[in-house]
Design a protein around this ligand. Sequence first.
Ligand SMILES: Cc1cc2nc3c(=O)[nH]c(=O)nc-3n(C[C@H](O)[C@H](O)[C@H](O)COP(=O)(O)O)c2cc1C
Length: 320
Amino acid sequence: MNHGWPDEYTLRAALTLAVRAPSVHNTQPWRFRISDHDIHLYLDSTRAHQSSGIDQRDAVLSCGAALHHLRIALAAAGWSAVVHRLPHPADPNHLASIELVPHRPTMLEHALNSMILRRQTDRRPFSSAPIPPGYLGLVSERAATLGASIRQAVDTTRERLVEVLRAAPDPGAGYRLDLAEWSGRPVTRDGAPARSVPLYSHPGGVPGMVGAPRQAGPDFAELLVLGTTTDDRLAQLCAGEALSAVLLTATNVGLATCVLTEPLEIPELRQRIRVGVLDERAYPQAVIRIGWASADVAALPVASRRPLADVLDPFEAAAC
Ligand SMILES: Cc1cc2nc3c(=O)[nH]c(=O)nc-3n(C[C@H](O)[C@H](O)[C@H](O)COP(=O)(O)O)c2cc1C
């Protein structure tokens, strides 16, 4: 038995959980490579969504979420990840190399690990039951440990945020086109399942992005803005890790979540959120709807993922 490196089963199991991470439009823009003593994570720029902008921010965030999922899955399996982020400046798509050391899993790691298969993007309206402040404190704390901040948009800040979201162009234009391409199909290996996709904005919901099935009622989601103090690729990668921690933590206390980045892809709107919601102290990386799923709603369909063989380098797949 090799005490310095996990066996193939453990690696495959951890990677299978890693690819359950959320990604923009379920594009799954990641690639993994396993060498003798490291796991490498790459941004697959061929999968990066065209609406992610030149800096591919959303795709890097998605890879950050996969990196955090991987770290949690490995930790729960008894391996602590020592992560070197952007190890080769000449290759910005090489997002991380990960060394592993034996580790005794904590209760928290076990808890978050068991949330990976339970977390889902929920675009439906949330119920009016309040969220205990301690829960929001907890998600902020988890984001902070990974280098990101959470700002809950309340009162006038919320009004300002909603106003900005309302200023976003009708998602019908770009978003519905994208949905047709990536998500309009029934459950597929990429794209979102058709039933969990917004059909159109609900008047009571967050405008511009989060629609609801025609029969759904008003939306009482709280709005959180995840921010970072810098806005380079490293900050975006860390923001993705923090995003994953927030979503898994929320799932663990029973809260439903939905990530929104579509409005942030418009520089002017992103700047308005930076100024009007984050007081210019942080760069907004994602808006997160969070709340309680209504009790009477049916289970969400699960968004599929590409098989591991599609995202793990074939040569290394044989080696692991
Ligand atoms: C960086 C990022 C940006 C996202 N942006 C949006 C968005 O603007 N609107 C939306 O409805 N979902 C958004 N999502 C959620 C994805 O569509 C979702 O994760 C994907 O379809 C997989 O589904 P799942 O989260 O249920 O596993 C985003 C996810 C990530 C990680």
